[in-house]
Design a protein around this ligand. Sequence first.
Ligand code: NAD
Ligand code: AHE
Ligand code: ZN
Length: 375
Amino acid sequence: MKTRAAVAFEKGKPLEIVDVDLEGPKDGEVLVEVKATGICHTDEFTLSGADPEGLFPAILGHEGAGVVVDVGPGVSSVAKGDHVIPLYTPECRSCPSCLSRKTNLCTSIRATQGQGLMPDGTSRFSIDGKPIHHYMGCSTFSNFTVLPEIAVAKVRKDAPFDKICYIGCGVTTGVGAVINTAKVEPGATAVVFGLGGIGLNVIQGLKLVGADMIIGVDLNNSKKAWGERFGMTHFVNPKEVGGDLVAHLVNMTKRGADQIGGADYTFDCTGNVEVMRTALECSHRGWGQSIIIGVAGAGQEIKTRPFQLVTGRVWKGTAFGGARGRTDVPRIVDWYMDGKIQIDPMITHTLPLADINKGFDLMHAGESIRSVVVF
Ligand code: NAD
Ligand code: AHE
Ligand code: ZN
């Protein structure tokens, strides 16, 4: 069949909207009609050429929602007509990682996924017989895509596609980082660096679990009002801090008799390795946890004085907010439908596929929180 898709032919170049050939689902695979997809900063990261795993030509996009329109042999967990959210972190429930209960990083298809291929080592997408790579196992910048059944979460049918697509990455990553990875407790103090599509979801997660002090840090002053809307209690623009940012944040978080200062939890949602260091060092001596969410380009490394870790601070990372997709994503859709978390205000722009490059422009300009493409 043919599908309309935004193809990344070369790094750093705008996506091209073209018709692509799509083979039907093979064993254990499903064909999904993508109804809506968000544009995440990670799509921009890969398109820019900074991603060591980036492959071209490829169909990017990993934050979608749609309907199962066909199933391959052996598929048992979903059926035609089911509403689903594609999962770049699948959940097979049988690999050593899934069985460990210690991680959400299912390993059953990670190798082929990283090569832009389906689990059988081939691509379902092609143009004039030349294969086009899949991306993060999802390729939601295509009106139709093929996914392994272990890489879709079945969700309720009354949830709007143009909103719940955001649960396919940003919402789950931000809220999950708070609940699953950091396990933040009521009354905690927290600092969130980068108030974009991920950072605002960290903030709403912190509010949900009852954090007391939620400091947002961003270079863009327009993000102050955004943070406050979701529960941020204080805002810091590093460009307006005279002197050392770590000392400034430690001073703001001084509590109790010893007046040591430092946040219980900090979150990097920028992908900037200097910010990651600041985030670690402004966490509390003895117990501060700093969670790295942002992804950094090839060759980038994090550093700090070992003393920062010797004195009890902990660096942790999180992918997809530590969520087990097939189990947790349907629950997060319920939270949204029950009004426990907000999504609608963060979707600042809705675009047709033809305008997808405008979504990237809005991100570059810092004008959008999330742009969603509706098919
Ligand atoms: P975004 O572009 O919407 O937001 C980034 C924000 O960071 C912007 O508000 C920007 O002004 C701010 N910022 C940039 N540099 C800063 C600095 N030095 N100090 C303070 N603020 C700064 O991006 P997003 O979609 O929210 O994604 C954020 C990061 O998270 C990206 O690196 C993305 O690739 C990554 N990400 C990781 C996961 C995961 O599973 N680990 C999932 C999704 C996204
Ligand atoms: N390919 C990059 C790493 C990119 C990365 O870390 N991706 C996150 C999801 S970002 C979603 O917006 C992730 O899930 N990582 C775990 C994994 O298995 O990829 C690189 O640096 O090579
Ligand atoms: Zn993402």
